[in-house]
Write a protein that binds this ligand. Structure first.
Ligand code: AMP
Ligand code: ZN
Length: 465
């Protein structure tokens, strides 16, 4: 079956044609590890997971690389401000390498909680300094860069076309607009490939231009070339990467090799809060831990992500994600109702569900539609193991760990509906910090023979013997 994906490069949905039918090569921009990743960041990684799973479901093998940015990402995505790693290190009174290690570990743990299928190569920027230096030298040699007192700058005017991803005119590029006036630069929108370090800068390396460090965009060009070659299939990231980071990655690669490195550029839209971007700099972020503390599982957040297509904005609310937790519980219950039953099922019906599901996921990852089909199977009035197997198959793409439903839902299945309803009401009361109502419901549950305990992992319920 044909796979259609939206390509930011052509501004249209295209049929996906791999360079090599046997193995798809993907590069994904990874996290900057200077603090905990927030659930907005994870929307983009849920999209990445979804893409991987869709290709695997279609029988493809993947060679997939993701970077960990542990140097060079300044507080603005363009070349202004402090290095995010060094700023965090100073704030926490630690070494930048310690900061990177701590937040990389936290990131990996969260990715596991979201049941994200991980890229086979995950590499840190600081482990690729040699490759980055070689790339800068190559770009300089080919005449696409020049030296100033601050560093080595890419000369955007040398390109046949810039920008190529966004429909912006060059003078509207955010990088150009935001950049401080620098009389040494040939064009205002030229960007730093390599930055000469000030005396007190911690992360710096020897180079032909003295002690210095890489510009943020360089690592992705160097690592994709190192691990995937100069030409690969797909490059992914969040939508904010289009105007600066990916535009500059393309510029660098064209400077070094003459080619746009990837055939397809895919971008995930933003998770919003109250209609605005969720971002660390705006201070309106939530982490997975914040959700867990309110009794919402990371997998419920993943399900919440599927309520909107990855190219549409998604507004985060606690009510919304709470509803996803309830839906996840229902999906698990529904799956378990099918698993041990053997009512007769027409083979055609199974085939029909599969075809519709395949069409949905292969149409640029239409997950809201695919989710609707999953619900139809779950709600089938005839209960059969065959439907349970179909749910397991579809879940290869959702990655909600439904085949282990028993592990998550055991307790809920054993308690009566009336108690379940009271538990949900109590969760909502607690969400609104209505402690009086929460205690009232707890006492009511107790009178019905059940004890509620509030634990780090949310509410636990036990039958009073
Ligand atoms: P960073 O760690 O800042 O480099 O971001 C990691 C990834 O999260 C990048 O691909 C960003 O584009 C993406 N991202 C950042 N904020 C959001 C958001 N609010 N919604 C979705 N993706 C985001
Ligand atoms: Zn990148």
């Amino acid at each position: 079956m044909k796979i259609q994906i939206y390509n930011t490069l052509s501004h249209s949905k295209e049929e996906f044609i791999p360079i090599d039918k046997k193995e798809i090569k993907i590069y994904s921009c990874g996290p900057t590890v200077y603090s905990y990743a927030h659930i907005g960041n994870f929307r983009t990684y849920v999209f990445m997971d979804n893409l991987r799973r869709m290709f695997k479901y279609n029988g493809y093998k993947l060679n997939h690389v993701m970077n960990i940015t542990d140097v060079g990402h300044l507080t603005s995505d363009a070349d202004t401000g402090e290095d995010k790693m060094e700023k965090a290190a100073k704030k926490e009174g630690k070494d930048p390498y310690e900061i990177a290690e701590f937040y990389t570990k936290a990131f990996m743990e969260d990715m596991k909680k979201l049941n994200i299928d991980m890229p086979n190569i995950i590499s840190k920027a600081t482990d690729n300094i040699e490759e980055m230096l070689e790339l800068v030298k190559e770009i300089v040699k080919r005449g696409y860069a020049y030296e100033t007192s601050k560093g080595i700058y890419f000369d955007v005017s040398k390109l046949d076309k810039y920008p190529v991803l966004s429909n912006n005119k060059v003078e509207d590029q955010e990088a150009g607009a935001r950049i401080e006036v620098d009389s040494e630069k040939k064009n205002p929108y030229d960007f730093a490939l390599w930055i000469k370090a000030k005396e007190n800068h911690i992360m710096k390396w020897d180079s032909p231009w003295g002690k210095s460090y890489p510009g943020w965009h360089l690592e992705c060009s160097a690592m994709s070339k190192k691990f995937l070659g100069k030409h690969f299939d797909i490059h992914t990231g969040g939508i904010d990467h289009i105007p600066i980071h990916h535009e500059n990655e393309i510029a660098q690669s064209k400077g070094a090799t003459g080619e746009i490195p990837a055939n397809y550029w895919m971008h995930c839209e933003f998770l919003l809060v109250n209609g605005g971007k969720m971002s660390k700099s705006l201070g309106n972020i939530y982490t997975l831990k914040d959700l867990e503390e309110r009794g919402i599982e990371p997998l419920a957040y993943k399900l919440f992500c599927f309520s909107s297509h990855y190219r549409n904005k998604l507004n985060f609310t606690f009510e919304g994600v709470k509803a996803s937790q309830i839906s996840l519980n229902r999906l698990r219950e529904g799956y378990l109702k099918h698993i041990n039953e053997n009512e007769e099922v027409e083979e055609n019906k199974i085939k029909d569900y599969e075809n519709r599901f395949n069409e949905a996921i292969n149409d640029d990852l239409n997950m809201p539609l695919a989710l609707g089909i999953l619900w139809e199977v779950i709600k089938e009035p005839k209960k059969s193991k065959k439907y349970a197997k179909l749910v397991e198959k579809f879940d290869e793409v959702f990655g909600l760990d439904l085949k282990n439903s028993i592990k998550y839902n055991k307790q809920e299945l054993e308690i009566p509906d009336e108690i379940k309803k009271l538990l949900e009401d109590r969760k909502i009361a607690r969400l609104h910090k209505d402690w009086q109502e929460s205690d009232r419901i707890r006492d009511k549950i107790k009178n019905l023979g059940y004890a509620v305990k509030d634990t780090q992992d949310g509410m636990k319920i036990e039958k009073i013997q």
